[in-house]
Design a protein around this ligand. Structure first.
Ligand SMILES: [Fe+2]
Length: 292
């Protein structure tokens, strides 16, 4: 995944110092976040957007990438094949680029560079659940969730896991659509909310509940605002909390997410976001200017 962020120093304190991803400097002054053997899981680009730059979807090999490109073009969407230079920049062997119906940038790739010679070391001792489930999940703010769902299921081959129909923020009814592309309950969720940013939140999952507890107290000690307090989600059973990143969107930091098998799963609905907790907290008001 690529993020365009404005405050590299605060991202370092947050993502690495508080959440436990490994910070790797790039020659151009930007950085990668590592969560496992992959040379890069989150690529941080410096810019003013403070939002999603692109989502990277991994496929098995060259044949799978070619077949995916053909399906996307067959559905009438343009596919870019940027070639070796960008692939090297992204730390993958090859990639394609395309946009979804609402213009969000996506990349599909294979051959991710592995750094077994420089093992992943978390500065906080955290261990992340990645592997066959990828880096986590992302929730996008969308205008037409049905058109977006059709694109991701019919063209890209995602499967519908479930819907939550609820009021995450009191007074605002909402249907969120949860889509999976591997054993993770959802790698992508679509929320028709009128947010200025593309990202509603991204989620990182740890292998231990204590990783979540330690990160929660580090974030509180650092004064991070929590958009949602600690809680357990109704649908994917994730036990998590939601600190606001230095870019203004939330990062869900969780443990215990549900793994789904295609042959036994069936679509369900929920009318609550959480089994318990996840209390929404309004962002703090900016301090009033003082009169003198
Ligand atoms: Fe989430």
């Amino acid at each position: 995944m690529g993020l365009e962020i404005s405050d590299l120093a605060d991202w370092r304190a947050f993502a690495s110092g508080e959440l436990g991803a490994q910070w790797v400097d790039r020659e151009d002054g930007t950085a990668d976040l590592r969560m496992d053997d992959y040379a890069s899981r989150i690529r941080l680009h410096v810019g003013d957007a403070d939002d999603l730059a692109y989502i990277g979807w991994e496929v098995a090999d060259a044949a799978a990438l070619a077949a995916l490109a053909q399906r996307i073009e067959g559905a009438g969407f343009e596919v870019e094949r940027p070639g070796t230079e960008l692939a090297r920049e992204r730390r993958v062997y090859d990639l394609i680029r395309f946009r979804d119906p609402e213009g969000n940038a996506h990349e599909a790739f294979y051959g991710a560079l592995q750094r077994t010679d420089q093992p992943f070391v978390s500065p906080t001792g955290a261990h992340f659940k990645t592997g066959a489930q990828g880096l986590g999940h992302v929730v996008l703010s969308v205008r037409d969730d049905q058109a977006m769902t059709d694109f991701f299921t019919d063209t890209l081959g995602f499967r519908l896991s479930d819907y939550i129909q609820t009021e995450v923020v009191p007074g605002r009814p909402l249907r969120i659509t949860f889509l999976r592309c591997n054993g993770r309950h959802h790698s992508l969720a679509l929320a028709p909310v009128p947010l200025p940013k593309k990202i509603v939140h991204i989620m990182l999952e740890t292998r231990s509940i204590d990783d979540v507890g330690r990160a929660l107290y580090r974030c509180m000690a650092a004064g991070r605002h929590l958009s949602f307090t600690l809680g357990r989600h109704s649908n994917d059973e994730m036990l998590s909390f939601y600190p606001v990143s230095p870019s203004g969107f939330d990062v869900e930091y969780g443990w215990g997410g549900l793994e789904v098998e295609d042959h036994s799963w069936h679509v369900v609905t929920h009318d609550t976001n959480s089994a318990w907790g996840h209390v929404y907290q309004r962002p703090p008001r900016p301090a009033k200017p003082e009169n003198n």
